[in-house]
Design a protein. Structure first.
Length: 606
């Protein structure tokens, strides 16, 4: 029977002791007050409130058998946690690992999970990472990593044990990690983001979840341009097709998604870390700098990331998509209200426009709806329905002008219902507006449709078709199709639907369409075509110059170095009295020099 305030765990405790926690059998107990003793064979002459855990383990207990090393535990040894951190071995220069890797010098000996050493083999340098805990290297993770073939994921060349400490041999990146570095937007967009996306995708295809992506675990390659993901010490591998890993781990809170605080790790969790990493690489700090773990956990669960004013909007969109908190729809790849992963990042890198999860545009375009039956097929998303109707033009018009669409959307999406009702009313007054009003409804329904579709024919993306129009104008011919598109105002209608906030561009396109319709000579039509083509294709170059200043420098250089060529260029720019090359004039308009051009013409006439 135990006495007052005594905890007895699976052994006989001397009942003369008071307030004793005894977690070891066969220990001699003396009269101590408030002692916690967790180790056998300790000297029991301590007084006061002492906690003793695994003291005085004999360092000579490291044993060898063949090429294997292990720890021989002393008699009565009590092992509380075999994975607990312990001091890593200090290797001296000249030590050889696995019979071939020669230790040269220490690279890092911090308070982290391992010591790092530069080593060499066959005149090539590597890094030996000597871990501080015996269970640091997971065999299944290593096996999977060795099958990863990506230039953006560091290779693991070898693994082994040295005097009981696990180690791995990895590449030596002499320029270090991205930690503490700041990158401009172009470098992030064109190099770092696509390479990190590719590297994560390569890991995830092998069922590996990194779990600690951050700048310190991203290395700069020897070409000082490309990057490689490293450090898989806490990574996990998914088994039996599971997409969720439940585990406790040494994650870094500042880069961790809300679900990881509940010990759930997904592919999406790595992409959340990517979002925070990109924020830091642009700003120089994370949005949670200075917060403790509990505050971060509360913050990421309920709040959106605050962005600085100088961050480009596209980068804000990407980070917003990557750090979207709600993961309930993650398995529904057609649902836009989910955190972005590989596919979305790849589309972002390709310049595609994506609706942000949780945004109003998602609600209007891509949210699943009650099925709408069109041409013997059910459609569950507005965007899919709009594309189908655009390609089956005449049947689509029937659904619109027989009020089938407006009646359906009254219960499903009032905004779309109003678009349809407006079109019905417009056509009831002017039947000649049937095609353009239908076109307008389609792009109001789905403003992010990738292709420009008119009367069932697709002309590719606006960027692609803009280049076609410019090419036709430069070659000097006009087609019946172009006449029709300008007559109906297709281009200005398109822009008013997909980019209503860009009012100046909408007005510019509308003015160009009107100039085309009022043109008395083909040269005026060619100008209108090239101007619309520039707006659609986002072409702001002339002789590879995107500013008046750089073009002036170009002309002055020719003037002094090649006067004959200058005359040729001048003749190609000015066709006659007040008539400019359409491609040149449209470039000036795009750069905001339209009034200057008119003043030049008026001076010639005056």
């Amino acid at each position: 029977m135990s006495t007052n305030s005594k905890t007895e765990i699976n052994q006989t405790v001397n009942e003369n002791n008071n307030k004793i926690t005894n977690i070891n059998p066969n220990i001699n107990i003396v009269k101590n007050t408030g002692n916690t003793i967790i180790n056998p064979s300790l000297s029991n002459d301590n007084n006061g409130c002492t906690t003793e855990i695994n003291q005085n383990i004999n360092s000579d207990s490291i044993m060898k058998e063949g090429n294997e090393s292990f720890i021989q535990k002393p008699k009565d040894f009590t092992e509380i946690n075999p994975y607990a951190p312990r001091l890593a071995l200090n290797l001296s220069a000249g030590t050889i690992l696995l019979g071939k890797y020669l230790i040269e010098n220490i690279l890092n000996q911090g308070s982290g999970e391992a010591n790092l050493y530069i080593c060499s083999y066959r005149k090539k340098q590597y890094v030996a990472k000597i871990y501080r805990r015996s269970g640091a290297i997971k065999e299944k993770v290593i096996e999977a990593l060795q099958t990863v073939n990506s230039p953006y994921v560091a290779k693991i060349y070898d693994t082994g044990l040295y005097e009981g400490s696990p180690f791995e041999i990895i590449p030596y990146y002499k320029y270090g990690s991205l930690e503490g570095r700041i990158f401009d937007y172009n470098t992030l967009e064109n190099t770092i983001i696509p390479e990190l996306n590719s590297g994560l995708h390569a890991l995830h295809k092998k069922e590996i979840i990194h779990k600690d992506l951050k700048p310190a675990n991203i290395m700069l390659c020897d070409n000082q341009k490309d990057i490689a993901i490293i450090d898989f010490g806490i990574s996990s591998i998914r088994e039996d097709g599971n997409t969720v890993v439940k585990t406790k781990t040494g994650m870094t809170p500042e880069y961790s998604a809300s679900e990881t605080f509940r010990n759930l790790f997904l592919e999406e969790s790595d992409y959340y870390s990517l979002g925070i990493t990109l924020y830091e690489l642009f700003c120089g700090h994370t949005p949670y700098e200075g917060m403790d773990r509990d505050t971060i956990e509360q913050f990421v669960s309920v709040q959106k990331i605050p962005f600085p004013d100088n961050m480009p909007s596209r980068l804000k969109d990407l980070i917003t998509g990557l750090t979207y908190n709600d993961i309930t729809n993650r398995k529904d790849k057609h649902n836009p209200n989910r955190r972005w992963t590989y596919d979305e990042v790849k589309k972002w890198c390709n310049g595609e426009s994506l609706a942000l999860p949780g945004s109003d545009s998602v609600t209007a375009v891509d949210v699943p709806m009650q099925p709408y039956t069109f041409y013997r097929k059910k459609y569950y998303r507005i965007k899919d329905l709009a594309e189908a109707m655009a390609l089956n033009w005449e049947n689509g018009k029937k659904h619109l002008y027989r009020s089938t669409m407006s009646e359906f959307f009254k219960a499903n999406n009032p905004d779309v219902a109003n678009f349809c009702l407006d079109a019905e009313e417009e056509v009831s007054k002017d039947k000649n507006r049937a095609d353009i009003s239908f076109f307008k409804v389609l792009y109001q329904m789905a403003p992010d449709m990738k292709e420009l579709i008119w009367k069932g024919s697709s002309f590719g993306t606006p960027e692609e078709y803009g280049k076609v129009i410019i090419d036709q104008a430069m070659k000097g011919y006009v087609t019946d199709l172009v006449d029709e598109l300008f007559l109906y105002g297709v281009f200005s209608t398109y822009y008013s639907c997909v980019s209503p906030e860009k009012q100046s561009i909408c007005n510019g396109i509308k003015a160009a369409e009107q100039k085309y319709l009022n043109a008395k000579e083909n040269i005026e039509k060619f100008f209108a075509m090239t101007l619309v083509g520039r707006y659609l294709s986002k072409d702001n170059l002339f002789y590879n110059h995107n500013s008046i200043e750089s073009f002036n420098d170009f002309i002055l250089d020719i003037k002094y170095n090649n006067p004959t060529h200058l005359e040729e260029i001048s003749n190609s720019l000015i066709y006659g009295n007040g008539v400019l090359n359409p491609y040149f004039e449209s470039w000036l308009i795009i750069l905001g020099k339209g009034r200057d051009v008119e003043r030049w013409r008026n001076n010639l006439r005056g």
